[in-house]
Design a protein around this ligand. Sequence first.
Ligand SMILES: NC(=O)C1=CN([C@@H]2O[C@H](COP(=O)(O)OP(=O)(O)OC[C@H]3O[C@@H](n4cnc5c(N)ncnc54)[C@H](O)[C@@H]3O)[C@@H](O)[C@H]2O)C=CC1
Ligand SMILES: O=C(O)CCC(=O)C(=O)O
Length: 435
Amino acid sequence: MADTTTASATASLLADASQHLTEAFKHTQLSPDAITSLQQPKANLAVSIPVRMDDGSLQVFSGYRVHYDNTRGPYKGGVRFHPQVSLDEVQSLAMWMTFKCAVMDLPFGGGKGGITVDPKALSKLELERLSRGYIDAIASFIGIDLDIMAPDVYTNAMVMGWMMDQYSQIKQRQVLGVVTGKPLSLGGSVGRDTATATGAFHVIQTVLPKLGRDPQSTTVAVQGFGNAGSELAALLCRAGYKVVAVSDSKGGIYAAQGLDILSVREYKRSTRKMQAIYCDGSICNMGQARKITNEELLQLDVDVLIPAALENQITAQNVQHIRAKILFEVANGPISFTASQTLVARGVKIFPDILVNAGGVTVSYFEWVQNRTGWYWTIDEVNERLRNRMEKETEHIWEIAQTQGISHRTAAYVHALRRLGTAIDAKGNQDYYRS
Ligand SMILES: NC(=O)C1=CN([C@@H]2O[C@H](COP(=O)(O)OP(=O)(O)OC[C@H]3O[C@@H](n4cnc5c(N)ncnc54)[C@H](O)[C@@H]3O)[C@@H](O)[C@H]2O)C=CC1
Ligand SMILES: O=C(O)CCC(=O)C(=O)O
């Protein structure tokens, strides 16, 4: 199939993403009905959110919440604030959530939300009004047993706190578990802020020894220096890997001898305005190392490449320039279907998003459990449970790939499909096979 994706735009991200599903299905014994039913979301909600701006004017923003599948439990997934958010993007992200939760054996289905907005252009008060307005608009579509939200690109614990509070005001009672990734003071879980990176770190530590690699002799480039990418770069640096390049939306830096990630993080933090939640400065202005573009970062001759920003960064347009031999997808959907097939055919090992970044939703699950029971865990309990789950599912997927002779991505989908397919079959004819 032709790859119509580019780094900035795509014909249909969902159509591209569902090709992985079709590919994996060939390696399962599931009924075609299960696959047919999993190829589109169950429901899409598109809303308009009017927001009173600080200058008195009124602006209306477009927002979405998608329910992809809830066979295994309530819909679960983050909310993204980004200028490129579209219904198609949110649908794809909701699809990946469905398979991610099944990979991790969490009692959740998949959902996702987003608002088309440049949050960096808004004041903190405007951002709060937008976040609360979004909840007003989608309140009947979410709930502690129905659809649970969390942070994603350009949203954070503060935004989650506002959203939980707004929902609770509507319901006239405190409903902590409708949102995860909240501030600790509002029922958040310790370890959720670092969970995505920590989970990815466990996957990396589990598979690299199997591929004959040790930290000291492994060079790494990380695209995206946000919640997931910056924390992971720091963990890798601390473990002895040579992180030679990192980037954010404005560009990156490269140093052959390795970067001091802690001072890069400190620089990024120091450029944050008082009160603001988004950084104004870019690490590419840091002056510690050579400036590079995001495109150059992806093409570096490194052992390990970690896309940790947005989807469709590696496509038919640039796949021939990718030189890394091992990729860990921390971002959701950073590699198009065709580019992924091309890389695998070249012997490149790709560890997929639905496993690698699943630490975030796993600790979100822990947070939801803690909110429901009112029994809060220590950081050691959270981290130990996260490590056990990440290592266990990584080993499963590695084993499926080895025994079936398939890529690690296909193995991850096969693993998820077995759990989803069993659940779909167990439901009988009620939902899926009504003619
Ligand atoms: N935060 C979480 O818990 C989880 C996040 N993810 C995924 O990880 C990825 C990153 O998310 P977060 O770190 O949470 O977001 P974030 O908002 O904390 O950071 C995003 C980072 O990406 C950079 N960026 C934006 N556009 C870029 C571009 N075109 N090129 C290079 N860098 C760019 C930004 O400058 C920022 O450093 C996303 O794909 C998200 O869906 C996946 C699972 C959980
Ligand atoms: O923590 C969660 O519930 C979901 C995080 C998320 O949006 C993702 O894994 O892509």
